[in-house]
Ligand binder design. Structure first.
Ligand code: TRP
Ligand code: SF4
Length: 328
């Protein structure tokens, strides 16, 4: 299967990114033809005022992917803005996308409501899904691994494909399907969605000391006052982390001993920190061993490979639009 997915370069990755997206990518890379890219133009749609060094952030993101287990030999890793065909196809798709599809998009409406502190009443933000459609169909993707919030964007992508084919009479693109992440989203340390801006995240770069400092103060079952009071793991955030990150034997032990009042929250959190450290340690190891020039070379090669495929699709799209012909 051809798989395409992108991530915006907005800063350090956290456990939520890993469990929600990266783990899936890592699993998929073995039996599929995966294209993963840095969505730097998409980052601009909400951060154009922030003066981010997107060039640098993009490169750091690719390093984080590789450190987390993305294998550059198995996948094509590239940067969206280095492949100008994304912008070219975006122009064509914008011409045929009804405003109503974009204005009715629930993710768009949610984000407008949530990001009141940002001025995102822009053409770029409204047409975010059009650019995303271009990203996907340029590479004839079969499957697009995404989170729940991105489902409407995939629906718009398919609608745009159908409209293009209908208007120009050529079947240029494949209709992609979404691949929803199975892992439930890991909440942040305060129970809200894990996010850098909420200050509730455990970053993939966190050292064991940093992990412990954060876990130590995390809320547990608030009904549990003394160490040998029986607790209820089902209402405890730490248990969510155990379920997502610890071995089954540890999860079972915590489940039983918490309810029996035979394990204290301090010890339970220590076990949880161990599970997190065990996941992160190999990432830190790989991250320090990454050679800057080698990462540059990976990105250069990925950009070139992506460009070649994108250009082939664009040739057919342009012929359909400008010559109303399907011969290429
Ligand atoms: N919109 C996606 C997100 O915020 C990022 C993205 C951009 C993407 N282009 C894409 C994801 C293409 C999948 C396919 O997470
Ligand atoms: Fe939560 Fe563990 Fe304490 Fe139970 S023992 S309340 S699961 S931290």
């Amino acid at each position: 299967m051809r798989i395409v997915s992108g991530m915006r370069p907005t800063g350090k990755l956290h456990l939520g990114h890993y469990l929600g997206v990266l783990q899936n990518w890592i699993r998929l890379q073995n039996d599929n033809d995966c294209h993963f890219f840095v969505a730097d133009w998409h980052a601009l749609s909400t951060s154009y005022e922030d003066k981010l060094n997107l060039r640098l952030l993009g490169k750091e993101l690719v390093k984080d992917w590789i450190a987390a287990g993305i294998d550059p030999h198995k996948t094509t890793l590239f940067v969206q803005s280095a492949v100008k065909e994304h912008a070219e196809l975006y122009v064509l798709l914008n011409m045929i996308t009804p405003l109503g599809w974009l204005e009715r998009n629930p993710t768009y409406k949610d984000q407008l409501a949530q990001m009141q502190h940002k001025e995102i009443h822009t053409a770029g933000f409204l047409t975010y899904p059009v650019l995303q459609a271009a990203d996907i169909i340029l590479y004839q993707a079969d499957l697009v691994p995404i989170g729940e919030d991105q489902k409407p964007h995939l629906e718009i992508t398919r609608e745009i494909v159908r409209r293009f084919h209908h208007l120009f009479g050529c079947e240029v693109f494949k209709e992609p399907k979404e691949l929803l992440t199975e892992t439930a989203r890991l909440p942040g340390l305060d129970g809200r969605k894990m996010s850098k801006s909420y200050n509730n995240a455990i970053f993939l770069s966190d050292t064991p000391d940093e992990v412990w400092a954060k876990l130590k103060v995390a809320k547990t079952d608030t009904q549990r006052v003394r160490r040998n009071d029986p607790g209820n793991p089902d209402v405890c955030l730490v248990f969510e982390y155990h379920k997502a990150l610890s071995d089954d034997t540890v999860v079972e032990r915590v489940n039983e001993e918490c309810r029996a009042g035979t394990i204290g929250c301090f010890d339970c959190k220590k076990l949880c920190a161990q599970s997190i450290d065990r996941l992160l340690e190999p990432m830190h190891e790989r991250r320090t061993q990454l050679d800057d020039a080698a990462v540059d070379a990976v990105i250069e090669a990925g950009n070139a490979a992506a460009k070649e495929e994108a250009a082939a699709t664009m040739e057919r799209a342009n012929q359909a639009v400008f010559e109303i012909s399907c011969n290429v």
